[in-house]
Design a protein around this ligand. Structure first.
Ligand SMILES: Nc1nc2c(c(=O)[nH]1)N[C@H]1C(S)=C(S)[C@@H](COP(=O)(O)O)O[C@H]1N2
Ligand SMILES: [Mo]
Length: 252
């Protein structure tokens, strides 16, 4: 037996002895390289871990499709939302002039932004799809400022890994990693199809995350916090979605 095949045998034997499948090995590599999603359940769910790791390694900066204007949906479907609270209605009566987006956590300059403050940042538009996990989708034009502009304003600290974002609607919160947070299509959205963002679609402020399923695009955005770990939020799985059985990473 030559040295090479002997070494192969030993390596193979080690892997078999430890009961490691290829997926589990990949999951270990993913962990070693910081590519584990917060809802990864050890060696359970290595498939989801791989989806996230593969996306991050291969397509970290890939844009979602930007549609031509002719493909904007005529009757976009708004998922019915809970009836607005009195506090929300008061703010709406004021034209949302008192609405604030608070950005805090691992930042150099915690800041509270009004809608007018956000409008004074560089404004961009994109024509992208909202795809719900239940199977339907629509295309709309979204107008807003890239989240990266706000993160730049507040000065994200180097150890930051995720941004966690909360709706005024109780129980509606999500998080994304810094690759998605800094992606140019991740928008703080104030406008839709040439008008203000309607309340039914999350107005006055929605985080659009077009590279992931609709449930990551939280409506009535009120608070963003920057963190190095998801352990301290909710059940520590990254967002409200995995707590009810949906994947934290919903890349499309
Ligand atoms: N605050 C809040 N944001 C939300 C939801 C919600 O119920 N409340 N539903 C989510 C889900 S499951 C989807 S698919 C999209 C739907 O977006 P649409 O209403 O623009 O179609 O919004 C997401 N954002
Ligand atoms: Mo959804």
């Amino acid at each position: 037996m030559n040295t090479l095949s002997r070494r192969k045998l030993i390596t193979g034997g080690l892997a078999a002895g430890a009961g490691l499948t290829g997926l589990a090995v990949a999951a270990r590599l993913a962990k070693a390289y910081g590519l584990l999603p917060p809802d990864a359940g050890g060696i359970f769910g290595p498939g989801e871990t791989l989806t996230y790791a593969a996306q991050r390694l291969l397509t970290a900066h890939a844009p979602q499709r930007n549609f031509p204007r002719s493909m904007i949906s005529q009757n976009p479907f708004a998922v019915p939302i809970a009836p607005p609270t009195d506090a929300f209605k008061r703010s709406q009566a004021l034209g949302f002039k008192d609405w604030r987006l608070t950005v805090d956590g691992m930042v150099a300059r915690p800041t509270s932004f009004s809608i007018a403050d956000l409008r004074s940042l560089p404004i961009r538009n994109q024509i992208t799809e909202v795809a719900c996990e239940e199977g339907w989708s629509y295309v709309a034009e979204w107008i807003g400022t890239p989240l990266s502009e706000v993160l730049h304003e507040v000065g994200v600290l180097p150890q930051a890994r995720y941004i966690v974002y909360f709706s005024i609607e109780p129980g509606e919160w999500e998080s994304i990693d810094m690759a998605d947070a800094l992606h140019p299509q991740t928008f703080l959205t104030m406008g839709m199809n040439d008008g203000d963002l309607p309340v039914a679609f999350g107005g006055p402020l929605r985080l659009r995350v077009p590279r992931q399923l609709g449930y990551k695009s939280i409506k009535f955005l009120q608070h963003i916090t920057v963190t190095d770990s998801m352990k301290k939020f909710g059940q520590g799985l990254g967002s409200a979605s995995p707590e009810i059985g949906y994947a934290w990473f919903a890349g499309i």
